[in-house]
Every structure is written in C-alpha cells, then in structure tokens.
Design a protein around this ligand. Structure first.
Ligand SMILES: Nc1ncnc2c1ncn2[C@@H]1O[C@H](COP(=O)(O)OP(=O)(O)OP(=O)(O)O)[C@@H](O)[C@H]1O
Ligand SMILES: [Mg+2]
Length: 244
C-alpha cells in the first residue's frame, strides 16, 4: 500500500538547511499497524506529513496505492488526502466554534456528501466513539480524551484506508491513552492501516511493528511478536478499580 524508497526531505529556511529525512526506505502493507518512534527532531512528523500528502519530498519516491506521488497534481493531492487518509493529531485540531457533530461532518462536506447523509454518518461515528450524548458540545466543553475521540471520528468520516496519527496520546493520561489505542486496535481489526507516532514505548507495543528513526534515518524495523491488547488492559484496570 505504501512503498517509499530513499525518501529525503530538506527544509530550506533562509540561511539554514535542515536535512530532516536523509534517505528512508520501507514498505507498509494494507492492514498493518505500525508505530514510529524516535527522539525529538528525528523526523517523525516530517515523515507523517509526507505520507499524508501534506508536504512533498525533496528526493526519493513514494508510491501510495500504486500511484507515484511525485507525479500527482495539486488537485489530486487534496482528493486522495480527503478520501484515503484520516489524520489524528496530538492537540486534536478540532475547530473550536463547531460542535463535535459539525467537526465530524466537515470532511464529508468537503467531499460533497449531502447534509442528511453526512449527519447520519457523523452521528453513527460519534456513537461508535461513545459520544452520542456529547455530540452537540463544543471542544472546550469536552475532556481531552473526548476531544481525541471526536478527532478520531472525524478522521474516519470518509472511510479512509489509512489513519495517520502523530502523537495521538501525547496530551492524554495513561488510562485515556489506552482507550485511544483500543479504538485504533479495533479499527485495525476491521482492516484499516494505522500508523502512529509515539514517544512512549508502552504505547508502541500495541502496534504490530515499530519503525525507529534517528537523525532522519531508519535505524530499526521490528515486528512486535505479541502486541499488547489495549482492550484487555482497560478491562483489568476497571476490575482493579471495582475491587477497591
Ligand atoms: N517547517 C520546517 N522548517 C524547517 N525545519 C523544520 C521544519 N519542520 C521540521 N523541521 C526540522 O526538521 C527536523 C525534524 O523535525 P520533525 O518535526 O520531523 O521531528 P519529530 O521527530 O517529529 O520531533 P518531535 O518528537 O519533537 O515532534 C528537526 O530538526 C526540525 O527542526
Ligand atoms: Mg513531531
């Protein structure tokens, strides 16, 4: 599904050039759950921006679903991004003046889905995220975990094949982080390809594979033999809480 070869990204900011990615090569198959780890500044977000078609590489190739990305025109970028890829960010990136429902509807509006159909799907997605009683709330009326679930519902709006999440649990406590990882594991079971950037080793252990970056290079590509089950971890936490 994703094949990158010798991918490079150099940022030119006036006097300084930063080689953020210095030649990455790897493939990701449909249905994989991949965590990307690495120190601050190692190039994780840069890579996510390239994978998500939010930015273009300086050199190398990126093939997404058999399409060579550098051969695409700007209008194709937006169309593929909106249809194939769902984004989840550390700070949620919800629009503050829109309710949860309207935030989830927005990508469908851009995709030209009619009001009744997008309202129905947004409601269904919020229901799946356990937020049916919060759908008319604004982001500042919701907790961090609730906002992240709204953001995940929004990322699913156009039924993407890939979810790209850049530190989705970075602003959440450990319990809420598990809830988010549980949602990703469920989505992955349904066939969605998931790529998550994280600083936390225990979060990465919920994925099936860990790519480690250092200074713009891929230094390790590990299969996780037995990924931690976030749902199981949550239910044992609940049992513990109940027994106190
Ligand atoms: N828009 C930009 N212009 C110039 N340099 C940039 C830009 N974005 C990132 N960089 C530089 O590229 C390098 C990689 O940055 P990137 O944001 O990809 O790191 P990261 O691994 O996501 O770090 P963090 O864990 O702190 O989020 C850093 O040295 C950063 O300063
Ligand atoms: Mg980053």
């Amino acid at each position: 599904m994703i094949a990158i070869n010798d991918l490079q990204k150099t940022y030119d900011t006036g006097s300084i050039t930063v080689e953020a990615l210095r030649g990455l090569s790897f493939n990701i198959n449909k249905g994989e759950f991949v965590a990307i780890m690495g120190a601050s500044g190692s190039g994780k977000s840069t890579l996510m921006n390239l994978l998500g078609l939010l930015d273009v590489a300086s050199a190398g190739t990126y093939i997404l679903n058999q399409t060579e990305v550098s051969a695409l025109e700007e209008k194709d970028f937006a169309r593929i991004r909106n249809k194939e890829i769902g984004f989840v960010f550390q700070t949620f990136n919800l629009l503050p003046h829109l309710t949860a429902l309207h935030n989830v509807e927005l990508p469908m509006m851009y995709a030209g889905v009619k009001l009744a159909a997008r309202r129905e799907r947004a409601t269904l997605l919020l229901e799946r995220m356990g937020l049916i009683d919060r759908m008319h709330h604004y982001p500042n009326e919701l907790s961090g975990g609730q906002n992240q679930r709204v953001a995940i519902a929004r990322s699913l709006a156009n039924n993407p094949a890939i979810i790209l999440a850049d530190e989705p649990t970075g602003a959440l406590d450990s319990h809420t982080s598990l809830e988010v990882m549980d949602i990703f594991q469920q989505l992955n079971l349904d066939g969605t390809t998931i790529i998550v950037v994280t600083h936390e080793e225990n979060i990465a252990q919920h994925a099936g594979r860990i790519l480690r970056l250092s200074d713009g290079l891929l230094i390790m590509d590990d299969i996780v033999q037995e990924p931690l089950d976030a749902g199981q971890a949550l239910s044992s936490l609940r049992k513990e809480a109940g027994s106190i």
